[in-house]
Design a protein around this ligand. Structure first.
Ligand code: ATP
Ligand code: MG
Length: 238
């Protein structure tokens, strides 16, 4: 098979500047990378090196200053805002450090948000919801509000919400950054299972070098560029 056929995301010489006029910060300085379907990538690097910015660019949450990103062969610059928003809602899942849950809604209703707010009219699949609740081990908390949960439990709700639409790509920014090591391992095990079982492509930013073993590739970002050659954990993808 042609290796290129399996590329799901590709970045070509990305640049991202923040600020204006005399106060411009060059945050991403010419990053290129290819991400294959089924990759589980960990982005490592010092604080302020541009890891989150890179993730936001790849996931359409931020716009590039220069360069191009291709999702399934189509450049973001050629996709209009409404189609980009459909891609975000239907094909991408997001998990961030600060959970972003809605406190007035129950755990279940938080998880169902991408469906209830989605553009595609989907029926709520009770069985799927229950499977996901069990998968992330918060089934017994399903009627509670996020304020009644621990940090680890909140993060598992956020993961369940990201999974309910069965995303092709899961973007995670420091998903275990605010968790203790036990909860962190649990989240990483969930990620590994999603990656292996569903073939979901995962791109996570992490500070924790121990977590890279859950994935198959490590990309180290230093000062807005990819540092040295990237490390491959295994050769799963030929
Ligand atoms: N919205 C923004 N406006 C202006 N500058 C920004 C913005 N977002 C990020 N930056 C700057 O870009 C640089 C890289 O930030 P980024 O959040 O990508 O770093 P990071 O590698 O994720 O760091 P950390 O590990 O601390 O999360 C920082 O110097 C930051 O100040
Ligand atoms: Mg960051």
């Amino acid at each position: 098979m042609n290796r290129d056929e399996k590329i799901i995301l590709e970045a070509r010489t990305l640049y991202k500047d923040y600020g204006i006029k005399d106060n411009i910060e060059h945050v991403i300085k010419g990053i290129s990378l290819k991400i294959h379907e089924g990759d589980f990538i960990s982005i490592l690097g010092p604080s302020g090196s541009g890891k989150s910015t890179l993730l936001y660019l790849l996931s359409t949450l931020e716009k590039v200053t220069k360069g191009e990103i291709y999702y399934k062969g189509n450049s973001y610059s050629s996709i209009n805002e409404s189609n980009k928003s459909s891609i975000r809602n239907e094909e991408f899942g997001f998990v961030f450090q600060n959970f972003n849950l809605i406190n007035d809604l129950t755990v279940e209703d938080n998880i169902l948000l991408p469906i209830t707010l989605g553009t595609r009219k989907q029926k709520i699949d009770r069985e799927k919801l229950n499977d996901i609740l069990k998968f992330v081990d918060i089934y017994d908390k399903r009627e509670k509000n996020p304020t009644e949960l621990s940090g680890g439990q909140k993060q598992r709700v956020a993961i369940a919400r990201a999974l309910i639409t069965e995303p092709k790509v899961l973007f995670a920014d420091e998903p275990i950054g605010s968790l203790d090591s036990k909860n962190g391992e649990m989240v990483m095990e969930i990620f590994r299972n999603i990656n292996k079982k569903n073939g979901t492509t995962i791109i996570q930013v992490t500070h924790d070098e121990d977590t890279v073993k859950y994935g198959n590739r490590v990309i180290t970002v230093k000062d807005g560029a990819i540092y040295d050659k990237e490390t491959k954990i295994d050769e799963r993808i030929d």
